[in-house]
Ligand binder design. Structure first.
Ligand code: WT7
Length: 664
């Protein structure tokens, strides 16, 4: 976008002002994979990708049927590949398989002595597990769960730190057909209780405490409070991690290690129906209570495995690190199920990127010779703010591939990641997907698709996206509209736990038969997709609909800006005015800088997108998974005191500060 003067933006005629979105972003840089990356690539050319994509598109059901037979172990074969009664999909009907079997037992054949997990704790302690050891740990834990009364179909609520036992627990549930509901260990007692009640959880797993930047967060205490309000939970199993004193309630609470002592490690995986629920994962909706997204066994397993192999071009000697916590879908699919099912070696990390210092990630990469790093744009922007000297201290030459997930990445942050972390030799896979989709939907296949900073490029094989205006008609090239998926895929959600109506309404009502992702997007002249932000976040200035990410990216391309959030606020003249919130790299806020930033955006993308209000802040309010809370910022920009439900807000002090700025 740097060489665009934005001259023609205001001339951009919008033929359908009611529902399509104008793009003001012009990003023309193209990064093909280097020769060294291409060596040994499974899908190593655009032609190879297109051949695979076209074959899948011609007959998606047959495509997935073949893969399912080849990639998964079946105790009993399936008889019907897909039953599709909108919005209910059933995949591989009649078959019996087991996710834990596919991740563990299958790897005993060829990978028994290969390292499955390299785990590093916050204090620096390291534990590693081969596939054989992992199989034994999970089997023993599954027996312990049975001993504690867990049965097939029971919901097990998991509130734990990022320790190996968290992954063991997920796999142990899968092994015996229990349904896990992992709750990120940063949520409140109230949030745990809400989720436990919604899912009728029977068993709670937790730890005495969790390390959090050198301090101990007393998880068991929080769980005790939650269980006061979780009447369905009969048993609580407690792992000793921090040796924090806890109260054990007689008849309810059991020590993890005591249970393990009572059982052996012989626990054959239970053959489960393809559509047996595997897990529930709560995700915050734009309004109201969190949605329990339901995923099931065979389809999710297949999609986790194949998407992992395609996107990360995984090789036998790779050391793969996905930095997400298992409390999020990214941790489910790309810490646990995808990599383990593919027989990969993963790194699991308990700590924070800035403890004991801001170079912890780079230290880990150097120490464990990590080859693939998969992290979030919010982390990358923090690294930029913390400064290059933290990176320079470490040898990152083991890296060969980088990835991002969770939100769009601003092109300038992409460039930093590419040069500073990837040494200009590692492709970046910008992966677009959702809790609901189960796995990555759009992403470069790194050996096949040249990347453009800020674009998630193209759909994976078997994935059929479209971009529509409000009438359901496809928009033109480079026009923004609503992103939908036109064909079911194996990893798709199977509903919202206990709320069929909300499932229908949230995803299927707007365009009957098509899955509404809730994001806006455009597709460019090369067939590359650009996510433009959530549908609700569009800013409408004088009849031009602008996307948040484009304005934010223009701001972040200024050398003094670390992060930016753009929202629309009411304006009598223009309909909406643009309000932006900006955090700076080592610079003092001033009126001159405000003016400079206004002119910068004007130069980058044009007068139309020039911010009306600019507020400087030390930090932006984010959800616990790192997404900027634009709805909340909009309320602040409009001077609206009723700030709605902010229970997922990471840092309340940010809010207080922003309000204070508002009044000054
Ligand atoms: C929403 C889904 C996907 C796992 C983590 C988040 C946004 C996600 C990208 C990307 C632009 C992205 C979308 C999506 N998003 N990845 N690469 N580029 N936006 O899962 O919490 O279910 O959030 O995150 O808005 O709909 P989630």
């Amino acid at each position: 976008m740097s060489d665009n003067n934005g001259e023609n933006v205001t001339e951009n005629t919008n033929e359908n002002p009611s529902s399509s979105i104008d793009t003001v972003m012009q990003e023309t840089r193209l990064f093909p994979p280097t020769d060294s990356f291409l060596e040994g690539c499974e899908i190593g050319s655009l032609d190879a990708y297109e051949a695979l994509y076209d074959r899948a598109k011609a007959d998606p059901v047959a495509f997935w049927e073949d893969l399912a037979r080849n990639e998964l172990h079946w105790f009993e074969d399936f008889h019907t590949t897909l039953n599709w009664n909108v919005p209910n999909a059933e995949w591989f009907v009649g078959g019996k398989t087991n996710v834990s079997y596919n991740c563990l037992d299958r790897n005993l054949e060829n990978n028994a002595d290969k390292t499955a997990i390299i785990w590093e704790g916050e204090p620096g302690d390291v534990r590693t597990f081969t596939y054989r050891e992992l199989h034994s740990e999970v089997s023993r834990l599954a027996n312990a769960f049975k001993k504690a009364g867990v049965e097939q179909g029971d919901v097990v609520s998991i509130y734990m730190p990022m320790v190996p036992e968290l992954a063991f627990a997920m796999l142990a549930c899968a092994r015996i057909g229990a349904v896990h509901s992992v709750i990120f260990a940063g949520f409140s007692a109230e949030s745990i209780a809400d989720r436990n009640n919604d899912a009728s959880a029977k068993v709670q797993l937790t730890a005495d405490g969790a390390y959090r930047r050198g301090k101990v967060l007393e998880l068991k205490k929080i769980v005790d409070e939650a269980l006061e309000k979780s009447p369905t939970v009969e048993t609580c199993i407690v792992l000793a991690r921090t040796d924090t004193a806890v109260e054990m309630r007689e008849g309810r609470d059991l020590w993890w290690h005591d249970l393990l002592e009572q059982v052996d490690d012989d626990c054959p995986a239970t053959p489960l129906d393809s559509e047996a629920p595997l897990f529930i994962l709560y995700t915050s909706g734009s309004t109201g209570k969190p949605k329990g997204i339901k995923h099931t066994t065979a389809g999710y397993n297949l999609y986790a495995k194949k998407s992992f192999e395609w996107v990360f071009d995984i090789r036998d000697d790779d050391i793969f690190w996905c930095t997400a916590d298992c409390g999020w879908i990214t941790g489910h699919t790309y810490v646990a199920y995808g990599p383990l099912c593919a027989g990969a070696t993963i790194v699991m990390f308990e700590g924070a990127p800035n403890y004991p210092a801001e170079d912890r990630f780079w230290e880990l990469i150097e120490k464990h010779k990590i080859t693939i790093l998969y992290t979030a744009p919010t982390a990358i922007r923090a690294f930029i703010k913390w400064g290059d000297h933290h990176v320079d201290k470490h040898d990152l030459s083991s890296l060969r591939l980088l990835g991002t997930v969770g939100e769009g990445i601003n092109p300038e942050a992409w460039m930093w990641y590419h040069h500073k972390i990837g040494g200009a030799r590692c492709p970046i896979v910008d992966t677009w997907w959702q809790t609901e989709t189960g796995g990555i939907m759009m992403s470069p296949l790194p050996g096949a698709i040249a990347t453009k900073p800020g674009s998630c490029t193209k759909p994976l094989p078997g994935i059929l996206p479209a971009i529509l205006d409000d009438s359901g008609a496809p928009v033109r090239e480079n026009q923004g509209g609503k992103l939908v998926l036109t064909h079911p895929w194996p990893g798709m959600l199977r509903g919202i736990w206990g709320d069929d109506e909300r499932f229908q309404e949230a995803y299927w009502d707007m365009f009957p038969g098509l899955y509404l992702a809730g994001d806006n997007a455009r597709c460019d002249e090369d067939g590359y997709y650009w996510i433009m932000g959530r549908i609700d976040d569009v800013i409408n200035v004088s009849g031009h609909r602008l996307s948040t990410i484009e304005i934010e990216s223009a701001l972040v391309s200024h050398e003094k800006v670390a992060e930016a959030a753009a929202v629309g606020r009411k304006d009598d003249l223009k309909g909406q005015a643009i309000a932006v919130f900006v955090t700076l790299i080592d610079s003092e806020p001033s009126d001159e800088l405000k003016q400079e930033l206004r002119m910068h955006v004007r130069k980058e993308i044009g007068a139309l997108a020039q911010p009306d209000d600019i507020r400087f802040t030390n930090a932006l309010p984010k959800t616990r998974s790192g997404k900027i809370m634009r709805r909340l910022l909009k309320d602040i920009a409009e001077g609206n005191e009723n700030l709605g439900d902010t229970t997922t807000l990471e840092d309340y002090t940010v809010l207080t500060q922003l309000r204070a700025d508002d009044e000054s």
